[in-house]
Ligand binder design. Sequence first.
Ligand code: HIF
Length: 365
Amino acid sequence: MASAARSATRAFLRSTAATSSFRPAARSARFALPAQGFRASGRRGYASEAGEKKGGSGGIFALAIAVAGGAGAYFYLNGESTPKGPFVPTKEDYQKVYDEIAYKLANETDYDDGSYGPVLVRLAWHASGTYDKETGTGGSNGATMRFAPESDHGANAGLKHARDFLEPVKAKFPWITYSDLWTLAGSAAIQELGGPVIPWRPGREDKDVAACTPDGRLPDASKDQRHIRTIFYRMGFDDREIVALSGAHALGRAHTDRSGYEGPWDFSPTVFTNEFFKLLVDEKWNQRKWNGPTQFTDKTTSTLMMLPTDIALIKDKEFKKHVERYAKDSDVFFKEFADAWVKLLENGVPFKSKPEDRFVFKTSE
Ligand code: HIF
């Protein structure tokens, strides 16, 4: 079976190719889908495994759960209902969670451009991007976006789709914390959409509503490079890491009913590539004339978009040199993105494990 990403991308190309403004671009080599995306998506195919996976996972153990004071202490019961001690999940248990997310991504394609992957990436980033290194507050440890007011912060509009998508996974693997689940899901989505391997480790604990972060910690897309630096320096990132992370806007799209902006950044919004950087460098970006917030559109097709904060990456000399590096070399981008993404998701988490204990999950075939 063709992968979700590939078929979705084709559907996207088919539908956009039907518009007259798209035609010349769709034929030009520069706008062709990157080989990397196809290679990556070609690795996948689920049909034959589906039944097995669905039937098997989670069934090995009988009922699990006696909760001993607070989150995360689960006990397995054996057939005779004798407690066997605390359940300590292994890498294999987390791989099962990964596989379940990958399975759902491949099968639930009736959403946006055919994949929930991009919105899962955004969920993991918004759960993590509240981190403040001075106070040690915020970050992925806590999953406080489950609660209002954080769920209602303007920046988080639309992320309910991602949280709801993951609820059945949480129900199937109740021992995993939301904070681990959301970060694992964002990382799984990057791998499943053809991106780099993302080493990941568990250890986050869910917190209650009192730990919600104040509004305003996530970036405002209408602002310039000074704002980007203020937000990301607060989390402990440097200029190179900021640009590396920004490449994730190769995925997904903006929605008028969420942020007010509209459109995808590139022609393959369900495949992780360095297209975001290539388009920033190669295309001419004009301010879109429309009855909406200031955003930019490509001169060639007028079907793509960039946010003011995206354009700031080529207006600023320090940022631009990294944009050019990543546009030229996808491997360098993948490597530096993966490092920055791991840092984003681990900021502020009091791990007991060491960095070398991170898991590398097997991408689905
Ligand atoms: Fe985004 N981002 N982001 N972002 N973002 C949007 C969508 C996605 C910013 C603004 C927006 C990062 C940084 C910044 C993703 C991933 C990442 C949208 C559109 C806006 C406005 C939301 C909507 O309407 O649905 C700003 C100002 C950022 C700082 C410069 C990260 C680096 C690029 C950290 C990152 O990983 C993803 C994926 C999406 C697409 C979501 C979707 O639903 O398709």
